[in-house]
Design a binder for this molecule. Structure first.
Ligand SMILES: Nc1ncnc2c1ncn2[C@@H]1O[C@H](COP(=O)(O)OP(=O)(O)OP(=O)(O)O)[C@@H](O)[C@H]1O
Ligand SMILES: [Mg+2]
Length: 112
């Protein structure tokens, strides 16, 4: 299994969630975060306001998926979240050792 961590622009959340659902994703964590990327200290526009400070609001998605579909889900997020402007986000992929569905005790891919 893989953990996909993606930061996206907040206004893209609903579109990305829909695209992931259509692609078969059944679980997702969403957190409102602030962060910075390569333009640290430079301006980035968010909802018409110019951020000259280092931290810009983003949404972080975390999803655990089977190895075989990880690349596909990364592509879905990447294509859907892309505007072509700076600050479109980053995607990281990590190995996951174990998952457990608490209700049933199922483990591994059966639990996701
Ligand atoms: N190396 C990193 N490690 C952890 N989080 C990061 C890293 N780079 C970016 N992020 C997170 O992703 C968010 C968006 O980054 P961003 O899209 O601005 O990356 P970038 O490299 O500056 O690309 P771009 O040039 O397109 O803006 C940041 O606000 C931060 O939350
Ligand atoms: Mg940036």
């Amino acid at each position: 299994m893989k953990l996909i961590i993606a930061t996206i622009k907040p206004f893209k959340l609903e579109e990305v969630r829909e695209a992931l659902s259509e692609a078969g994703v059944r679980g997702l964590m969403v957190t409102e975060i602030k962060g910075f990327g390569a333009q640290s200290g430079h301006t980035e526009i968010y909802r018409g306001a110019e951020y000259v400070v280092n931290f810009v609001p983003k949404v972080k998605l975390e999803l655990v998926v089977a190895d075989g579909v990880a690349d596909q889900m990364v592509e879905v997020i990447s294509k859907t979240a892309q505007t072509g402007k700076i600050g479109d986000g980053k995607i990281f992929v990590l190995d996951v050792e174990q998952a457990v569905r608490v209700r049933t005790g199922e483990t591994g891919e059966d639990a996701i």
